[in-house]
Design a protein around this ligand. Structure first.
Ligand SMILES: Nc1ncnc2c1ncn2[C@@H]1O[C@H](COP(=O)(O)OP(=O)(O)OP(=O)(O)O)[C@@H](O)[C@H]1O
Ligand SMILES: [Mg+2]
Length: 395
């Protein structure tokens, strides 16, 4: 697509560099970086008073197509000596897109907040575009199963208005405050420990301050900055339903977070979960894998019934290009024990408990193993990662 426009200006000094400098003022509103450094501007040619700019969008149907093209045109036309601008719009190849995401990720890292979360901790955000698919049940049970393997596991209940983690773990507040920092509620599990923070533990003044703020991102930032998490191997973040504010805020404040997408076997839920994965990508969160929950009911005789359809997790994982980490069957004990504060993964023996343990094992061994900080070179690596951001992709 080509657009032409003219202006009456007529100074002769336009150069490729002056055009690029002008284009650095054009910012991609989603990626918060300029179109030159993001590689969206592919080429600039100056021929006398005519400038040709080629831009490449991430996808052909990019909703920002017209806006970026118009902004580019306007900035170049504003340069002295430019009389005519031709903007051609193309689509990025896979390599260009990967380079752009890499750049955007590092920019995001620059804007990350100063958290009390150790740089070596793996951050796993459990999300889905849809409510009620079992995000909190998966968060809590995977956290318990990871702790049972001997890990220190932080649990951040990011469902600020609709918290359910305290009930599911049978914990209550208030949080102790020591030296101006909140202490998570600790729950020993086997040789490991959970360290839990939830809006449900805040009452009185703390709560009032957050409620007055009425800004989810602020509450999340509070939990990231003002909690003394101590040593952690994992931080599991139970995300609220929906794909909005909190996910973007987490991506901005904790860009190394990786998303576990929870879906059910039904295709409707799978589409919504797919949207969540898309959001994660645009917000630069890596998607670590898919967990299919409520995937069939196993009766006492061992027969399995696919009550909610089948294959949603597999299809979603394939579409996003990440592993399906496991399927958790519908199991009444998940709900019952979630209500009594004693999650099945704690000491349960049914099919859901085994499924949660198997997924935790895959996470710990294969998908997100903990960085061992025993040697000082590993500590240095962690410090370097603090400064420049983690390696962009794995596997
Ligand atoms: N595998 C399962 N078998 C049986 N019941 C389950 C299973 N997973 C979740 N549930 C039940 O389904 C309900 C919703 O689960 P949960 O609260 O974990 O979902 P959620 O995605 O966190 O919901 P929300 O979007 O409201 O945060 C709960 O009553 C829970 O106990
Ligand atoms: Mg929930």
């Amino acid at each position: 697509m080509t657009q032409h426009a003219t202006t009456g200006a007529s100074a002769p000094s336009t150069t490729r560099e002056s055009v690029l400098t002008a284009l650095r003022d054009v910012v991609d509103p989603e990626l918060h970086d300029n179109v030159v450094d993001l590689g969206i501007v592919r080429s600039v040619e100056v021929a006398g008073s005519e400038v040709r700019v080629a831009v490449a969008l991430t996808v052909a149907s990019c909703p920002l197509r017209a806006q970026i093209r118009d902004d580019v045109e306007r900035r170049v036309l504003a340069l002295a000596g430019v009389e005519r601008v031709a903007v051609s719009v193309g689509v990025m190849g896979a390599d260009e897109r990967a380079a752009l995401m890499d750049r955007a990720r590092h920019r995001a890292q620059d804007r990350a907040v100063d958290t009390g979360i150790p740089s070596s901790a793996r951050v796993l955000a459990v999300g889905s575009g849809k409510g009620g698919v079992g995000k909190s049940s998966v968060s809590v049970n995977l956290s318990v199963a990871l702790a049972a393997r001997g890990h220190l596991v932080g649990v951040l209940d990011a469902d600020i208005w609709g918290f359910s983690v305290p009930r599911m773990l049978g914990l209550s507040g208030p949080l102790d405050v020591v030296g101006g920092k909140m202490r998570p509620v600790a729950l020993p599990v086997g040789s490991g420990e959970l360290r839990v923070v939830s809006m449900g533990f805040l009452s009185g003044e703390d709560g009032a301050i957050l409620w007055r703020g009425l800004v989810l991102a602020r509450a999340l930032q509070h939990f990231l900055e003002d909690v003394a998490w101590g040593e952690l191997d994992y931080l599991v973040v139970d995300m609220p339903p929906g794909t909005g504010d909190v996910q973007m805020a987490l991506a901005r404040m904790l860009p190394r977070a990786e998303l576990l997408v929870v879906t059910t076997p039904a295709s409707g839920a799978e589409k919504v979960a797919g949207r969540a994965a898309d959001m994660a990508r645009r917000g630069h969160l890596r998607v670590a894998g898919v967990v299919e929950n409520m995937s069939g009911f196993v009766c006492d005789h061992g027969a399995r019934y696919a009550l909610f359809g089948s294959g949603g997790g597999e299809r979603l994982a394939e579409a996003v290009g990440v592993p399906l980490l496991g399927t958790v069957p519908l199991d009444p004990t998940v709900a019952a024990r979630g209500d009594t504060g004693s999650p099945v993964a704690l000491d349960g023996s049914g099919p859901a408990a085994s499924a949660f343990r198997a997924i935790a094992e895959r996470i710990a061994v294969e998908v997100a193993p903990v960085v061992q900080l025993a040697g000082c070179s590993a500590r240095m690596l962690a410090r370097v990662e603090d400064a420049v951001g983690p390696a962009p992709t794995r596997g």
